[in-house]
Ligand binder design. Structure first.
Ligand code: NAD
Length: 288
């Protein structure tokens, strides 16, 4: 059996259709387009690519885009003041802070200064906390992308399924575990200590839904995959000039029922979710 591919692009296209309509409706209500402000401190080739993709997607969807560049030597206090100015700026619907930040700036601390209403990456503790209660309007982009991929599988009933997440980061594994729990999925999270203990294969072998977000090429072996499992590979690794995931794709696809390609799986969806978050942020600001 060869698995069905879970491609992010087609799911992203459907989400973008809704965003375009919502952005236009907001433009008419507000008299201006909703706006995403991206903050970059210093230069970083990785974030340049992401910023370009944000700009292109925003413009395509009727969302204004503004890049606020801060010098690499900007102090933490200066950056906080810059964020506070944007929090008060009614034309800025959403704020995203590009990572990585220079070493002298504490990213986790800074994220707390973005107003929760404008925090389109859901990194503020208030937005994270809302996920616990199943009330979040703005979701972390990568975790939400994984949920969208699951939702795109026709006839899939999440209730009661057994999922294993490998990776417990704050942007992927932890929020995703809560999103799955909110759907009554029995959820296990594995992480570095699971790997060190040598029990990772045992957990993976039980997974009806497997989501891997580690950042180590081929860490999940193809023959660990349960027959008929749904496999979502979040990992992005460059190996000999090629981008590959964390799961041994060629072997895994022979056992899985559905599997994401890397690239082309989760990646194309995350920026669409980011744009959807800008729309959600603009809508909730209209109500407040
Ligand atoms: P992270 O470094 O913050 O977290 C890595 C996780 O892997 C940790 O929970 C760690 O405990 C776990 N881990 C490390 N070694 C392990 C081992 N041997 N066994 C089991 N678990 C182990 O990473 P992150 O920011 O969550 O990103 C993970 C991967 O996902 C990276 O490759 C990143 O590039 C990719 N990513 C992709 C997207 C996308 O849009 N496709 C978005 C975010 C992250």
């Amino acid at each position: 059996m060869s698995a069905q591919l879970l491609e992010g692009k087609s799911v992203a296209l459907k989400i973008k259709e809704h965003i375009r309509l919502d952005a236009e409706a907001l433009r008419q209500k507000l008299g201006r387009a909703p706006k995403l402000v991206s903050i970059q401190v210093g230069e970083n080739p990785g974030s340049e690519v992401y910023i370009k993709s944000q700009e292109k997607n925003a413009k395509d969807l009727g969302i204004e885009f503004d890049l606020k560049k801060f010098d690499a030597a900007t102090t933490q206090d200066e950056l906080i003041k810059g964020i506070e100015r944007l929090n008060c700026d009614k034309t800025a619907s959403g704020i995203i802070l590009q990572m990585p930040l220079p070493q002298h700036i504490d990213g986790k601390l800074i994220s707390r200064y973005i107003s929760p209403e404008k925090d389109v990456e859901a990194v503020h503790p208030q937005n994270m906390g809302e996920i616990v209660f199943g009330k979040a309007r703005i979701l972390p982009c990568t975790a939400a992308s994984c949920m969208e991929l699951l939702n795109s599988i026709q006839g899939l009933e999440l209730y009661g399924k057994e999922a294993v997440i490998v990776g417990h980061s704050e942007i992927v594994g932890k929020p995703l575990a809560l999103l799955l729990l909110n759907k009554f999925v029995t959820t296990t999270i594995c992480h570095i200590a699971t790997g060190q203990r040598g029990t990772l294969p045992e957990f993976v072998k039980k997974a009806e839904i497997l989501i891997v977000a580690v950042g180590k090429a081929g860490i999940v072996k193809g023959d660990w995959i349960k027959e008929g499992a749904i496999v979502i590979d979040v990992g992005i690794n460059r190996v000999e000039g090629k981008i590959v995931g964390d799961v041994e794709f060629d072997k895994a696809k022979e056992k899985a029922s559905h599997i994401t390609p890397v690239p082309g799986g989760v990646g194309p969806l995350t920026v669409a979710i980011l744009m959807r978050n800008v729309i959600e942020a603009a809508k909730s600001q209209l109500l407040s």
